[in-house]
Design a binder for this molecule. Structure first.
Ligand SMILES: Cc1cc2nc3c(=O)[nH]c(=O)nc-3n(C[C@H](O)[C@H](O)[C@H](O)COP(=O)(O)O)c2cc1C
Length: 191
């Protein structure tokens, strides 16, 4: 095997190796709302669960190329609320579209005609048709790394789910390296 020693090789290579080896990453397709009510939707794959009691999750969000804060982080800081939508195969193209930068006052759900339904305890809505969604309230934000990344820690307060997802994860999308994705097709259940 080859070796990439941090500090002795290009950062680009370290990033690529991290993206390609810590896989598949779940995708948090996050709805937030600005103070004035503009709904924002964007995907993040540096995301996972921390604990189940209480149910805590983290999402790690970087800056835009110009160094400014992404809309998702700004909205979460302003309102303390977000919703994580679970992405299936049917939503793959829409999810990728919402990963492009839009100005803060432009809503991805309006621009890309994405229908939403209201949440129960938070203002940001749920993407209509997803098999699960986690309503979250902000617990804390850590600023980590050279960029730095905002690591959002959220507490899940309501979980929406279908009977299907309670039994199986089929059709759920994850991210692998670069622009590659995985769709869960076959799960192996061990006894
Ligand atoms: C599948 C996918 C995963 C992504 N994961 C992350 C991530 O973990 N952290 C991050 O900062 N950006 C990530 N991005 C990029 C953001 O989605 C992108 O910067 C988006 O424009 C941010 O939108 P916002 O400014 O509306 O919050 C990802 C993009 C895609 C398509």
């Amino acid at each position: 095997m080859k070796v990439a020693e941090v500090g002795k090789c290009e950062q680009k290579k370290i990033s690529k190796l991290i993206f390609n080896t810590i896989i598949p990453r779940p995708i948090a397709w996050i709805t937030t709302a600005s103070r004035s009510g503009v709904v924002n939707l964007a995907p993040f794959s540096f995301y996972n669960a921390i604990t189940t009691k209480p149910p805590l999750v983290f999402v790690s969000i970087g800056k835009r190329k110009d160094g400014s804060e992404k809309d998702t982080v700004r909205n979460i800081k302003e309102t303390g609320e977000f919703v994580i939508n679970v992405v299936t195969k049917d939503f793959l193209d829409k999810m990728v579209e919402t990963g492009n930068d839009l100005p803060p006052n432009e809503s991805e759900v309006e621009k890309f005609n994405i229908e939403t339904v209201p949440s129960k305890k938070v203002k940001p809505p749920i993407v209509k048709g997803v098999p699960a969604a986690l309503e979250c309230k902000l617990r804390e934000i850590l600023e980590i790394g050279d960029t730095p990344m905002s690591v959002i820690i959220g507490e899940v307060v309501v979980i929406h789910y279908t009977d299907g997802i309670f039994q199986s994860s089929k059709n759920i999308v994850g991210r692998t390296g670069g622009k590659r994705y995985i769709v869960i097709d076959k799960e192996i259940e061990l006894r």
